[in-house]
Design a protein around this ligand. Structure first.
Ligand code: ZN
Length: 399
């Protein structure tokens, strides 16, 4: 079983190139072969349960569109059947039901709002409830309590998931408004894409419909503005606005990587004494699912898992950091079938190019991680995180 692919320490991709999503195609006719790593590779050690103590820092990570098949195909591809990803070293697992207030199939806005506010809302709404009120987010409350706060994503930082932690809009498509609200919320770190909503319409590449230039406004509010990996790595500010691409960061040859952004965010936020709250999103696992493109999913799972390693290394060393990793929903109805003769290849099948309603996995590490064992509503996960961070009144409404 290990013979044919011994040269494949570098993982060999067999790419069938069929991202065919025309509606007339029958379901399951759109497969992609993935290679399974059959070489002996070093897998990361499992982490132990840690003693419960006061939690100082909370790092919450969302793999957008990440179900069990996305993680497990990533494991097969990178680490083989007997190996494990960094995310699989975490000692506690749970399962999360993802439906929204108005739909059994959630979108990312309602999915993230369940975690940020502890409340179910309608698809498309960003920390905004069906009755028109704004729910207070865990990031906003912890900021009021004096913690450092930050958001990191590989999508635009104005995209539904990060936006749901720091802004309030009725429609996730109000990207220009979201960019302005990020300035008002004044979190310490924003790193991701979405450059086009921060520059005035007369500038090339702008997607705004007004002449507002937000970047000087962020700088006036004390942010160091970063637009390249080099600037990111050399950043010294205690408040950072990093916009590294219009839209999402490129999936192939990504720079900066999610791990690089996460490392800078963790270093920046942990420099104070009051603790911090950081949300990190691997945004494009979802986009690979929408494209029914297994290679895209694998690249994104790898990028996400590299960032998870950065976070777990920090949490191990720190001892007072709770890490919770989950998804907002699954995308694609991805599954794994049909190994070839020497088990070096698998077929990926999809049931849809949209989101599905299947529950998603949750992993936790750090003080009180054990409380995340079991089946949960997505809102329960949000409420539990808030309670563990000492927030008494949650869910809460603004004003
Ligand atoms: Zn999606």
């Amino acid at each position: 079983m290990k013979s044919t692919f011994t040269l494949a320490l570098l993982v060999l991709f067999t790419f069938s190139g069929c991202s065919n999503t025309e509606p007339e195609e029958p379901l399951n006719d759109d497969t992609t072969r993935i290679s399974v790593n059959t070489s002996d590779i070093k897998t990361p050690e499992k982490l132990p349960l840690v003693k419960d103590r006061k939690i100082k820092n909370l790092i919450f990570m969302i793999g957008d569109g990440t179900g069990i098949a996305q993680l497990y195909s990533g494991q097969l591809n990178l680490a083989g059947a007997a190996g494990r990803l960094n995310v699989q070293t975490m000692p506690v697992t749970g399962l999360v039901k993802t439906y929204s207030a108005d739909n059994l199939i959630t979108d990312s806005a309602a999915g993230a709002t369940a975690y940020s506010c502890g409340q179910k809302t309608d698809n498309g709404m960003i920390a905004y409830l069906p009755d028109g009120t704004h729910c207070k987010t865990i990031l906003e409350i912890l900021k009021e309590k004096g913690l450092a706060t930050g958001l990191v994503s590989t999508s635009g930082i104005t995209h539904a998931t990060p936006a749901s932690f720091a802004t309030h809009v009725e429609s996730r498509n109000n990207y220009s408004e979201i960019a302005e609200q990020l300035l008002v919320t004044n979190a310490d770190v924003y790193l991701g894409g979405g450059f086009e909503y921060f520059i005035p319409m007369e500038e090339e590449g702008s997607a705004r419909k007004d002449d507002k230039n937000l970047i000087p406004k962020f700088e006036a509010a004390g942010y160091e503005y970063l637009s390249s990996t080099e600037e990111l790595i050399n950043a010294t500010g205690d408040k950072l606005l990093g916009l590294f691409a219009p839209g999402g960061l490129p999936s192939e040859n990504r720079t900066p990587t999610l791990a690089e952004m996460t490392e800078v965010a963790v270093n920046t936020l942990s420099s104070g004494d009051n603790g911090f709250y950081l949300m990190v999103e691997g945004s494009q696992i979802d986009w690979g699912g929408h494209a029914n493109d297994a290679q895209y999913v694998l690249r994104e799972v790898r990028d996400f898992d590299d960032a998870i390693k950065v976070v777990l290394d920090f949490a191990k060393e720190d001892g007072e950091t709770l890490v919770v990793i989950t998804a907002d929903h699954e995308t694609g109805g991805m599954t794994i079938q049909e190994a070839n003769e020497d088990n070096s290849e698998m077929s990926i099948y999809w049931t849809t190019d949209h989101h599905t309603g299947v529950p998603v996995p949750l992993m936790a590490y750090g003080p009180h991680a054990i409380e995340f064992t079991g089946w949960f509503e997505n809102t329960e996960v949000g409420i539990k995180m808030a309670r563990l961070m000492g927030i008494e009144e949650f869910p809460a409404i603004n004003e």
